[in-house]
Structures are given as C-alpha cells and as structure tokens.
Design a protein. Structure first.
Ligand SMILES: Nc1nc2c(ncn2[C@@H]2O[C@H](COP(=O)(O)OP(=O)(O)OP(=O)(O)O)[C@@H](O)[C@H]2O)c(=O)[nH]1
Ligand SMILES: [Mg+2]
Length: 400
C-alpha cells in the first residue's frame, strides 16, 4: 500500500536533484533541457504486484480465529531500500548532491552559506514533479494544489541544506503533508465511544455500515466484531443484507467463526425489521453493540436508498459508517458525497489499501468530503483493520 506514491515522490525528488545536475561542467550553464526521467522503468509495477496478498477466506478465518497472531500483518510492511542504480559510462561517480546545478545567483549564495534557496523556476520545476506524482496517485486536484501552495511558501521561506538536497526536499514534502493531514476532521474513536456507553449504561450501541457493492462491508463488520470479542465486549451482527445471494450465509459464517450471535431472516425480508430484532435481542441480553450490515447500493438506486432510509429510521444508528474501497480512486469521494445527501455519514472506512499502490484517497478523501476516515482495511484477515492516523500514512509514504 502507498508504495506507488512513495516511489513516485522519492523519484520526483531524486529526479529533480539529478535533473539539475550537470555531468559536463564546461557546458552546464548553457544546457537548458535535461532528460526528465532517469530512473529505470519497471520496478513500480513489480512492487505493486508483489504487495497484493491473496488469502483464502476460509483457511484464513480458521487460522485467525484459532490463532490471531498468524494473521498476515500487512500494515507493518517495511519500506524497501531503493535498488542500486547502474553507473552511466563516462559519468564521474559522484553523489546526487555533488552534481546539483543551480542558477548563478544560487551558486554564489551557496558558496557563502552552504545552503541554498531555489529560484522561482527551480521551485516550479520541483513542484511540477511532485504535483504529477500526487495526481497520478489519486490525491484529489484540490488537495494536491493545497499541498503545492504549502510547499511553495516553505521553499520560499527556507534555505535548503545543499549537501543533503534530497533529504531536505523530502522534508519539505513531509511537512506539507503533515499540515494537510492535520487539517482533516478527527473521527469518532468507536471503541472509546462504546466504552463510554457501556460505562454510562447506554447500550446497545448501534453501528450501521453502508456502501456500494463488494467494498468490504461484511468483512469489516466481522473485523470489528472480532476486535470487540477479543476485548471482551459483547456484540451481535444483524444480517440486514437480504438482497445479495449468499449475503446472509456470509454474515453467518463470520459470526460463527468469531463466536458472536447473528440475527437473520429470509432473502427479500425487510432489512430494517432484522435490525430492529437485533437491537431487541441485544437489549434483552445486555449485549453492548449491534453491528448492522446492509446491501451494497449505488446512490442512484432509489429502492435501495429508500430501504436504507427505513433502516436508519427504525434502527436509529449511533454511528453510520461508509465503507469504500480505496482502489475505486476518485469515484469514492463522489459516492460518499452523494450518499451523504441521503443519510448522515459519521465516518469512512477505506478498505483494500493493501491492493492499492496509489493510496492517494487516504490523503485527500476527508478533505474532499468533510467526513473523517476511521479505519483502513489492509487485508482480509480479521485483524487487518488499522485505526486512522496521519502517522500511519506518513510513515507509509515517506521514504525513510
Ligand atoms: N485485500 C483486501 N480484501 C478485502 C478487504 N476488505 C474486504 N476484502 C475482500 O473484498 C471482498 C468483498 O468483501 P465483502 O465484505 O463481501 O464486501 P461487501 O461490501 O459486504 O459486499 P456486498 O455485500 O456484495 O455489497 C471479499 O473477498 C473480502 O475478503 C481489505 O481490506 N483488503
Ligand atoms: Mg456484504
């Protein structure tokens, strides 16, 4: 996850530093154009492919239910060092920093201070490279431009250590990302929320999960049920997707594996009344949390939207979560915006981040929709759900 963006950013900075280089000192001042991309093509796709982990659901669930530590820890994937680059024939072996070419005025300043300010053109060239990396990685245009503006003022204000150009520029990218992520709205910590409700005897907490088809709603509910059960908190699953074939059996399968009750009915039955029954069941048995599944729906499907309104009216969820797959790219922001016209969404869970090398949604979706991300789904295992944190994103994106 994020590996594509991480590599793009790293390459953009290194390419900038290198493209300012002049391997032929005598002609350096006259040569206006330098090849843009000097790194070898190919490895990005390779790393994208390597990180997609395919698990057999059934085997996985068995293993994890009996031994959670066996679950693949996709979130903890370490950054791999950049592959060594071949030296070009005839080019003297020097560090990238030693090859940096600056404008004359920059050079003069550098000679006195050991640090430099980029000229306006140098700044624009650099920002262009970062801008392209972000846009290609699904960071929204609006958020990308915000990051560019932040970086531009940082570059204007700060002198860069000329001996450590790559690290200094990456530091500026990092600071701009920190600023952007800090501006996003903080979401509810659902586990703390549940604890509070338990302490104040205000249970059951009702959590409704909505979203398009196949985004990972049922799997995510199972992950949360697994986490609750592991912490000794009782919950019941409401199999309120009575629409898709095998949806009820799927919910039941996970509930049985995890060891939590499930309330179900027949296909075609009213999803709202199943949620109602699940809430009544929880009340009568002192169960703390009701996790309400729902059928995948598009914001254009009127019948399913009406059905969702009915679930909301009857179940009165404390928290409504939109589950969207990160791999859907910019479409997901539109889905959230459209859906939130019909129902109040409290948070987003972005799933399948392990399958999405771009990962830009994780940076921009909260800013674009105004709705916070609560968790990232990073695999199919029950413990592959990571609470949202800017540090998780930054540490995954920024080269060490
Ligand atoms: N790699 C990966 N796969 C996931 C993740 N979350 C869910 N999946 C897989 O995505 C597929 C669909 O997941 P479901 O939980 O059935 O999705 P859903 O939203 O309930 O689907 P519908 O009920 O059809 O609307 C399953 O194969 C899941 O195992 C994730 O974070 N990473
Ligand atoms: Mg489902």
């Amino acid at each position: 996850m994020f590996d594509g963006l991480k590599k793009k950013l790293s390459d953009a900075v290194k390419t900038f530093v290198k493209s300012e280089a002049n391997p032929v000192p005598a002609r350096s001042e006259e040569k206006p154009e330098v090849p843009e991309q000097q790194s070898a093509p190919g490895p990005e796709r390779q790393s994208d492919i390597q990180q997609v982990q395919v698990h057999n659901n059934e085997e996985n669930a068995k293993e994890i239910a009996s031994n959670p530590s066996e679950a693949p820890n996709v979130g903890a994937r370490q950054a791999e060092p950049d592959p060594p680059r071949a030296e070009k024939k005839g080019v003297p072996k020097q560090s990238g920093e030693a090859l940096v070419k600056f404008s004359l005025s920059t050079k003069v300043k550098k000679a006195f201070s050991g640090s430099v300010k980029l000229s306006e053109k140098e700044t624009d060239d650099f920002l262009d490279k970062i801008r392209i990396s972000m846009l290609q990685s699904d960071v929204s245009l609006e958020v990308t431009e915000g990051i560019m503006a932040d970086m531009k003022s940082r570059l204007a204000d700060s002198a860069i250590d000329s001996k450590n150009m790559t690290a200094a520029l990456l530091g500026i990218v990092r600071s701009a990302l920190v600023d952007t992520l800090a501006k996003t709205k903080e979401g509810v910590d659902i586990y703390a929320y549940i604890d509070d409700k338990i302490k104040s005897n205000a249970t059951p907490v009702r959590i409704l999960f909505i979203g398009s088809n196949g985004t990972g709603k049922t799997t995510t509910i199972s992950k949360i049920a697994y986490r609750l059960k592991s912490s000794g908190i009782t919950c019941v699953m409401s199999a309120s997707d009575t629409f898709r074939a095998a949806a009820i059996e799927q919910t039941e399968y996970h509930a049985n594996r995890i060891g939590v009750p499930v309330i179900k009915s027949k296909y075609g039955a009213d999803p709202a009344s199943i949620a109602f029954d699940a809430i009544a069941y929880a009340k009568s048995r002192g169960i703390a949390v009701v996790l309400i599944d729902s059928a995948g729906r598009q914001e254009t499907n009127k019948n399913l939207l009406n059905e969702m309104h009915k679930i909301v009216r009857i179940a009165q969820p404390d928290i409504t979560i939109f589950v969207g797959e990160s791999t859907a790219g910019s479409v997901i922001a539109e889905q959230v915006k459209d859906m939130s016209k019909s129902v109040k969404i409290d948070g987003i869970i972005l799933t399948k981040l392990d399958c999405d090398a771009r990962g830009g949604n994780a940076i921009s979706i909260s800013s674009v929709t105004g709705i916070p991300i609560l968790f990232f789904g990073v695999g199919e295992a029950y413990d592959a759900l990571v609470p949202y944190s800017p540090d998780f994103i930054l540490n995954s994106i920024m080269p060490n």
